[in-house]
Design a protein around this ligand. Structure first.
Ligand code: PLP
Length: 361
């Protein structure tokens, strides 16, 4: 690169996002529990829609995502005109930063918040502001204290990744109430479907001018490989985001598959019930072996060890047994491992391997 050619300020401060490992050298059938994917994959109806999409590959997709927004609106009882769809919810987070933050502006998120908040803020030249959590739980008072006239966006994942913890709707309301007038509260609901009866912040985003919600098809819908997400909030914000969205950001295969997936709520309910059962089982099994975790509301458990060395050693043992979990040092949790809740046999394998490592088996 010549001296004259240089990227925008902030870009070189971005640490490359490293996803969960997918392979272990020498282990052909390793089990991936490192990216919070649904062990059961997508519903049959979603898979059928994807197969049918092959017949329309020569056609450009719809630019307004009408049928998908309509389906999401019907299922969640939301106004489709206030919904925007993107290439994963990551793209919606990116749009929010592009549209509302720039050099001199601040983007606030919590200590163990999702890595893309920092990346998206730096990518537009804004300043990331990281707020301490209280024992791995979002601390609303600390977030409010970190806000100023420079704050443009506040990202809160609820439940949070990688902690799995959640704060109450009244705490979220208190946060929305206390924000400076130019700031938008973004409620990231990537794991909202795992919480029975939780609307991900939709009701709040319906009535507040300063609250926006993001959701994904990558987790409970089992479509991480296809990259589809959506956002919902004030009409004025959706209008702004649509101006920077590429007209063909989603392919017809993505749109049709997501539409079929969201209409199959029986599959969602089955996956939620299985996850709740196996998450409780896994957390309990680990706790019995002296490996604690906070009460997780998502599809993973954040297992805590006495030290970073112990976490590393346990991770190495799990890998040797063909089990890939996630080290979360980049989330400032070097002494922990994030373990996706798999199916029953996966959870049993994890518990068995941790017991072996502990010398209990
Ligand atoms: C909290 C949170 N938000 C957003 C995302 C992004 O999801 P996607 O871009 O796949 O929709 C993830 C993915 O892991 C996440 O954990």
């Amino acid at each position: 690169m010549t001296q004259a050619i240089r990227p925008q300020p902030g870009i070189m401060d971005i640490a490359l996002y490293v996803g969960g490992d997918a392979h272990v050298p020498g282990q052909a059938n390793a089990l991936k529990l490192s990216s919070n994917e649904n062990p059961f994959g997508p519903s049959d109806r979603a898979k059928e829609a994807y197969s049918r999409a092959v017949h329309q590959l020569h056609r450009y997709p719809s630019t307004d995502h009408g049928p998908l927004r309509q389906a999401i609106g019907e299922v969640h009882n939301l106004d489709p005109d206030r919904i925007i769809c993107g290439v994963g919810s990551d793209e919606i987070l990116t749009f929010l930063c592009q549209a509302y933050a720039g050099p001199g502006d601040e983007v606030v998120f919590t200590e163990h918040g999702f890595l893309m908040y920092r990346i998206s803020a730096l990518a537009v030249g804004a300043t990331p502001v990281e707020v301490p959590e209280r024992e791995r739980v979002t601390d609303v008072d600390a977030v409010l204290a970190a806000c100023s006239y420079r704050t443009r966006l506040v990202f809160i994942a609820n439940p949070n990744n990688p902690t799995g913890t959640m704060i109450s709707t009244s705490e979220i309301e208190r946060l929305a109430d206390g924000l400076p007038p130019q700031a938008i509260l973004v409620l990231d609901g990537a794991y909202a479907e795992y919480v029975e009866g939780h609307d991900g912040g939709a009701a709040l985003a319906t009535v507040r001018d300063n609250v926006f919600m993001t959701r994904t098809f990558s987790k409970i819908y089992g479509l991480g490989g296809l990259r589809i997400g959506w956002g919902y909030g004030p009409r004025s914000i959706v209008d702004v985001l649509n101006r920077i969205r590429g007209p063909f950001n989603l392919s017809s295969a993505q749109l049709d598959t997501a539409e079929a997936a969201v209409r199959d709520q029986d599959w969602v309910a089955k996956c939620r019930a299985d996850n709740t059962r196996m998450r409780g089982w896994l957390a309990h099994a680990l706790a019995e072996m002296g490996v604690p975790s906070d009460t997780s509301m998502a599809n993973f458990v954040l297992a805590r060890f006495a030290s970073a060395d112990e976490a590393e050693a346990c991770d190495a043992h799990l890998k040797s047994q063909g089990l890939i979990v996630r080290r979360v040092t980049s989330y400032k949790l070097p002494q922990a491992l994030r373990i996706t809740v798999g199916d029953q046999s996966a959870c049993r394998r994890v518990a068995h391997a941790v017991a072996q490592w502990k010398g209990m088996r």
